[in-house]
Design a protein around this ligand. Structure first.
Ligand SMILES: Nc1ncnc2c1ncn2[C@@H]1O[C@H](COP(=O)(O)OP(=O)(O)OP(=O)(O)O)[C@@H](O)[C@H]1O
Ligand SMILES: [Mg+2]
Length: 365
């Protein structure tokens, strides 16, 4: 059995706590209030998965927190540092951050997704939608201004309407589009050990969601290949809310619900992290067989967790209200029995981390 050492028992630092790596073939829910240490602790588990398994991971990273996983800290042993440095970790950035760009091909998107991006209804906007369906531009030679001029010059009111829609929604300006360059799905298809998608730097609020949707739909479309991947989503409430508002959000949640319900047997395994259980769609939550619970104070959230995760004793769940930073309850398939854990130290560099209050020099300390 391959085990991942993630920390020590609370109260006895000599007793190491181990997770069963094989059980990441289920969906995992990770929860704790802001500052409880989720992002840090999740990093500890991802490092152990990198070191002890061959499981490819796709990390949807809303704040660029996992962009430095190749850089080890002095706390890592020489052997671990070497293995982590050699691991095939690809990082794709958004915004002004340096590094390879996070791109997807507009032309790869299914018609329904293009319509969602364009906030278009296939029936109510039937004519415009039809222009969209038949007008796929060649990404290599694509020129936005040229296309708008062509649509407007056609004399066809539906083409003019589509041009106005594209311009008004500013979709042609998105940094997300590959414009003839490679798409991140090309890399994901190679199944590197980790592919980190930094979703935090985009300008338009829909861009990170469309990026996630494009990648998840691609994985789903190729599910029959049965090539395993652990899909890690930090701050998952951004991508999987219970009440999606826009067409893109609805498509994204529908895709995640489908993966939660049917992805397991195809090797599409979710690991979702968030602050409150009610911030995640209930049909995704109810499919999670592994639980990592950090500090949660709100009695209503504790009651909800006890209700959904019957495999974790209610008294243990309630104890999480007293957790300090870095303490957690692990329960479910990936651990022999529900266990209180003091998480171990990270081996790689955290890229995010908290901002500290600026203090006066003479008052510091
Ligand atoms: N076990 C730990 N050891 C040392 N520092 C830690 C530990 N856990 C968390 N921290 C530090 O505490 C701060 C907050 O932790 P973290 O970002 O993991 O919280 P979070 O639960 O993800 O919060 P949020 O929900 O707001 O994202 C970070 O600066 C992190 O470096
Ligand atoms: Mg966090």
């Amino acid at each position: 059995m391959t085990t991942l050492t993630i920390g020590a028992t609370i109260g006895d630092p000599d007793i190491a706590v181990e997770l069963d790596a094989r059980r990441f073939n289920r969906h995992t829910f990770w929860v704790g209030q802001s500052g409880s240490g989720k992002t840090y602790a999740l990093g500890v588990v991802l490092e152990q998965l990198l070191l002890n398994t061959e499981l490819p991971m796709l990390i949807l990273d809303p704040n660029g927190d996992y962009t430095r996983m190749r850089e080890t800290l002095p706390s890592a042993t020489a052997a671990d540092a070497e293995r982590l440095a050699e691991a095939d970790i690809r990082v794709f950035r958004s915004g002004s951050a340096e590094g390879e760009r996070l791109h997807v091909r507009y032309t790869d998107l299914p018609a329904a997704t293009k319509a969602a991006v364009m906030q278009m209804d296939p029936i109510a906007d039937a004519e415009e939608y039809n222009v969209l369906l038949h007008g796929d531009p060649d990404a290599r030679t694509f020129d936005a201004q040229e296309m708008l001029a062509e649509l407007r010059g056609s004399g066809d009111p539906d083409q003019r309407r589509l041009a106005n829609r594209m311009e008004n929604l500013q979709i042609l300006d998105w940094d997300l589009w590959s414009r003839g360059q490679a798409s991140v799905v090309d890399t994901i298809d190679e199944r590197p050990r980790a592919t980190v998608l930094d979703l935090g730097g985009f300008t338009h609020p829909a861009e990170p969601k469309v990026a996630a949707l494009a990648v998840l739909e691609h994985l789903w479309a190729h599910r029959e290949e049965r090539r395993p991947v652990l899909i890690v989503i930090d701050e998952a409430h951004n991508l999987c809310p219970p009440n999606p508002q826009t067409a893109v959000e609805r498509a994204l949640v529908a895709q995640l619900v489908q993966i939660a319900a049917e992805g397991r047997k195809f090797g599409l395994w979710l690991l979702l992290s968030t602050q409150r259980p009610t911030k995640i769609h209930p049909n995704v939550l109810s499919q999670c067989d592994n639980l990592a619970l950090m500090r949660v104070n709100a009695p209503r959230d504790l009651a909800e967790l006890a209700d959904v995760f019957g495999f974790a004793p209610e008294a243990s769940i309630r104890r999480s209200a007293e957790f300090r930073q870095g303490q957690a309850l692990f329960a479910g398939g990936f651990i022999a029995e529900p266990t209180f854990v003091q998480m171990g130290e990270r081996l790689t560099q955290e890229a995010g981390g908290d901002v500290t209050v600026p203090l006066r020099v003479d008052a510091a300390g």
